[in-house]
Design a protein around this ligand. Structure first.
Ligand SMILES: C[S@@+](CC[C@H](N)C(=O)[O-])C[C@H]1O[C@@H](n2cnc3c(N)ncnc32)[C@H](O)[C@@H]1O
Length: 291
């Protein structure tokens, strides 16, 4: 289903007033709300709310009511947000990518691997995760830092895609990893990639939407959970994700636009986690939280 942005074009001051109004009005619900500068010279800003297509009529009506008192002359505009084509995104660049100590490269670039690199070989294919996207690179960097500091005894990679993050954990620590994805093709590709990277045991792969699989009970709770999905599903699954986390365990979340980060952090704070650190890469953030 498409995502819709409803917005009004205003000055910076009015955008901030409307942002506050929207935060009070829609604050308890999981809509992303943001202001964006459009034209610095002419002081044009947009105040926006993001929602799913089937919510549009209701949210539009509520927005109109919210604006009625002080901003009744403003026109509410709409934009259909194009679905993110994750595979096309992951094919954007095919040169090796460095993230922390990791070098993620295609098979054609094996000769670029240097002695101290933690090399992961992933050819661009039918699953997301060649390392080129800011979310994957952010997760790789965060995984290196968190595993060094905390020495988790097991890990979950939810939304494994190409398997790159599960492979990264196994490159660093000899711990059991559960890697799941809603997409059976991704799981097949991830298994092949693990084998290609010399990992024949230690990663269990499962097809599972969210936490709907007995595998989570069998292999969890987890000291480390990594989920690079998208802000909305991440916020929705916060209680289940935390229920599968060991006491004091760490969570690495990505797939989150910088403007969405506070909502995601708030959802996980409500589920009992504390924010530790955020990494920014190309407009995307990777967030570390701890129980
Ligand atoms: C952005 S990709 C991340 C791939 C890889 N982990 C990385 O960091 O490059 C998101 C992956 O999550 C999977 N996914 C999306 N929603 C999911 C859900 N509810 N449960 C499990 N997997 C999901 C997608 O199929 C996709 O492979």
């Amino acid at each position: 289903m498409s995502e819709i942005r409803l917005y009004v074009s205003v000055t910076e001051k009015v955008a901030n007033d409307i942002l506050e109004l929207m935060t009070n009005f829609f604050g308890e619900e999981d809509y992303a709300i943001a202001t964006t500068e459009i034209d610095e010279k002419n002081d044009v800003w947009e105040a926006s709310i993001y929602l799913m297509a089937d919510e549009e009529a209701e949210v539009h009506e509520r927005l109109r009511e919210m604006l009625a008192e002080d901003f009744s002359s403003l026109e509410i505009e709409r934009e259909v947000i194009p679905d993110i084509d994750w595979i096309a995104k992951s094919l954007e660049g095919l040169t090796p990518v460095r993230a922390g100590r990791f070098l993620v490269h295609g098979s054609h670039d094996r000769d670029k691997v240097q002695v101290n690199d933690l090399a992961i070989e992933i050819d661009a294919g039918q699953a997301f995760g060649t390392g080129h996207h800011g979310t994957t690179a952010g997760c790789l960097e965060m995984i290196a830092d968190v595993t060094r500091a905390e020495r988790p005894r097991n890990a979950l990679d939810l939304g494994t895609g190409s398997g790159v993050l599960a492979i990264a954990v196994r490159r660093l620590l000899p711990i059991p990893v559960l890697a799941t994805d809603i997409d059976p093709i991704a799981v097949r590709v991830a298994k092949e990639n693990a084998r290609r990277n010399g990992i024949v045991s230690g990663i269990e792969f499962r097809v599972a939407p969210g936490f709907h699989s007995t595998a989570f009970g069998k292999y969890g709770p987890f000291d480390l959970i990594i989920a690079n999905i998208l802000a909305r599903p991440l916020m929705k699954m916060a209680p289940q994700l935390v229920a599968n986390l060991s006491g004091g365990g760490s969570v690495i979340l990505s797939g989150i636009l910088a403007s969405q980060r506070w909502k995601v952090i708030a959802a996980y704070n409500s589920a009992g986690l504390k924010h530790v650190r955020t990494i920014w890469r190309n407009g995307w953030v990777t967030i570390h939280l701890r129980g």
